[in-house]
Design a protein around this ligand. Structure first.
Ligand SMILES: Nc1nc2c(ncn2[C@@H]2O[C@H](COP(=O)(O)OP(=O)(O)O)[C@@H](O)[C@H]2O)c(=O)[nH]1
Ligand SMILES: [Mg+2]
Length: 363
């Protein structure tokens, strides 16, 4: 039976997982590989899925629960991209607030799917700004229990990727690699930039060739883990917009900047706020990965009457408050100027993680 290689790309919210997956999928396709992608979220209407599909990639989404708590959903998605795209490489992005993947995903796959899947080393991505704070014993501007999840992700990794290397000086990159290797001596630590492509092939080489995966199972306190997830309100929404020859680029930037201000002034830590606006054949996508000054936007659309906005927010406040803030910001952005119609809207507080499987030992 043909074996499909499956690569899990984990790491905290906003670390750069989706951007890297997109970059790598393109490289693999150029090399003649058939690639299938799997995204994952607590709720449907995922910006990542919309964006990856916009790039013409084959994507299956597991939504409503994380991979660990919906192992069968993951198995279905594997079947789907395996069958539809005849994938020989599958890249899967677990929810950014998920940890314990070695015990709950990698070991069960290694044991039960030996015949058809080759599991690659578990790669965990870390945003350098957050990583430095964690290495200093701080909380990366997150609730202490969310920072616990961040640390557990690193502890269980086979490979740690320091992302966004383009934002640091080369000496700073090397210093951070050294510090990270010291703190997590079992992991291979590599720098990477999905923006410039630096380090991408070196990482790809590791995950395409190495067969040992999930070499460690770490102890995870599920009470802290559950609380670390529950401090984040979660909102996924899609809104249809209508106006008269509107510059939707300005609209998207202003909306995200306004949201950044609102969260900062309320003192709510941002896990990730992401929005994609589609109009015609093009799109603009913006991200906040912390305070308002982390706002980054790329892509653009030409002025048009209609647009579709998908927004995902993971912010340290309760879901009612998150819901109210985002509705208010949308109301202010559209008031008296544009029509807006909500087509999907889910707001939730993640429940306690309850994995389908949890292996106590490495298989
Ligand atoms: N400068 C820089 N920014 C990046 C890089 N990779 C991702 N980002 C940005 O980081 C933010 C989060 O990226 P995303 O891939 O959505 O993260 P995810 O939540 O882990 O999937 C976005 O604003 C990206 O543009 C990189 O290599 N360099
Ligand atoms: Mg993502």
């Amino acid at each position: 039976m043909k074996q499909t290689r499956i690569i899990f790309v984990g790491g905290f919210l906003g670390a750069g997982k989706t951007t890297l997956i997109w970059n790598v999928a393109q490289r693999l396709i150029k090399r003649g590989r058939h690639v299938g992608l799997i995204t994952n979220d607590q709720a449907p209407e995922l910006v990542d899925t919309v964006w990856l599909q916009q790039q013409g990639l084959k994507v299956a989404e597991v939504s409503g629960s994380c991979f660990c708590c919906n192992f069968n959903g993951l198995a279905d998605a594997i079947r789907k991209v395996g069958a539809d795209a005849v994938a020989d490489v599958i890249i899967a992005e677990p929810v950014g607030s998920c940890t314990d993947l070695s015990a709950t995903i990698l070991q069960p796959l290694k044991q039960n799917r030996k015949a058809d899947l080759q599991v690659a080393p578990l790669s965990v991505l870390a945003d350098p700004v957050r990583l430095i704070s964690i290495l200093e014993g701080e909380t990366a501007a997150l609730h202490i229990d969310a920072a616990y999840i961040f640390r557990k992700q690193l502890e269980e990794s086979d490979i740690i990727l320091i992302t966004k290397a383009d934002t640091l000086e080369p000496e700073a990159v090397q210093a951070l690699i050294d510090r990270t290797s010291k703190a997590f001596p079992f992991a291979t630590v590599l720098p990477i930039s999905a923006a410039t492509g630096e380090g991408v092939d070196a990482w790809l080489e590791e995950v395409m060739k190495r067969n040992e995966a999930g070499l460690r199972i770490v102890e995870v306190d599920y009470d802290i883990y559950a609380h670390g997830e529950a401090v984040l309100g979660w909102l996924n929404g899609t809104v249809q917009l209508k106006g008269d020859n509107v510059d939707w680029n300005i609209f998207t930037k202003d909306l995200l900047a306004d949201l950044g201000n609102r969260f900062d002034s309320a003192g709510y830590g941002v896990g990730h706020v992401k929005a994609i606006l589609e109009s015609g054949d093009s799109f603009i996508i913006g991200n906040l990965t912390g305070k308002g000054d982390t706002l980054s936007v790329r892509g653009s659309v030409i002025p048009a009457d209609t647009a579709k906005l998908t927004i995902n927010a993971r912010v340290e406040t309760d879901k009612e408050e998150l819901d109210a803030i985002i509705r208010e910001a949308l109301e202010d952005a559209t008031h008296n100027r544009y029509e807006s119609r909500i087509v999907a809207w889910r707001c939730l507080q993640p429940g306690r993680p309850n994995p389908t499987y949890r292996f106590a030992q490495v298989v």
